[in-house]
Design a protein. Structure first.
Length: 218
């Protein structure tokens, strides 16, 4: 079952949609030579992209450039559509730390030709996610240290306070397009420092107050 598990209760919630944000940290937008977005940039991964803690990312053989992108993940706790920003946090079930694994060469080619990113972003095992922490145990999700180590060396280190679009605004925006359902995940974007990983690498992602995710590269 493709599910996310809450650390406190042990409840496993089936995952439906995986909604992801692009360029939600200004320094990452700059390192990708992209402008600051006027509204959230949203793309999708299938639930089959989910990878549990301790698993291994298996990139398709036609790609030669696999990149890491560490992110805070919001777990939706109840169904809703057209949710106002003032009510949005009531729809959060919890938080996790995740990795938006990206076939950068495939994505670059797609961008060059104006094609979708689905293959570059949505392949099997492209969405590793940690155990989730219940929302009432996270006092301020907009002020959490977010980091990633590759083979013990820090590659990404930032704070969720640097997100361009806050969680409530993201939920309000995406729920005006997609009905949000229990178990949906929102990957809230990555800070600067993205880069390549290769077979045998060990990745450790951490989100303050939430937990740690450890995965390998096949």
């Amino acid at each position: 079952m493709n599910a996310v598990t809450y650390r406190g209760s042990g409840e496993a919630v089936p995952v439906g949609k995986i909604l992801c944000l692009g360029r939600n940290y200004i320094e990452h937008a700059r390192e990708m030579n992209s402008p600051k977005p006027a509204r959230p940039i949203v793309f999708l991964k299938p639930s089959t992209a989910l990878l549990q803690d301790g698993g291994r990312v298996c990139a398709p053989t036609f790609s030669r450039e696999l990149h890491h992108e560490v992110e805070m993940v919001v777990v939706i706790g109840k169904d809703g559509r057209n949710i106002s920003a003032s009510r949005a946090m009531d729809f959060v079930g919890g938080y996790a730390v995740g990795l938006d694994m990206t076939l950068r060469d495939v994505q670059s080619e797609a961008k060059e030709h104006g094609l979708p990113w689905s293959v570059a972003k949505g392949f099997d095992t492209s969405a590793p996610v940690s155990y989730a922490m219940e929302q009432d145990k996270v006092t301020d999700p907009h002020n959490l240290t977010l980091s990633l180590k590759v083979n013990g060396k820090v590659r990404q280190h930032s704070n969720t306070k640097h997100m361009i679009f806050r969680i409530e605004d993201v939920i309000s925006y995406v729920s005006s397009i997609f009905t949000l359902e229990v178990g949906d995940l929102i990957f809230t974007g990555t800070p600067e420092g993205v880069g390549p990983v290769v077979s045998g690498d060990q990745l450790e992602a951490e989100l303050e107050c939430v937990g740690t995710l450890r995965i390998g590269i096949a």
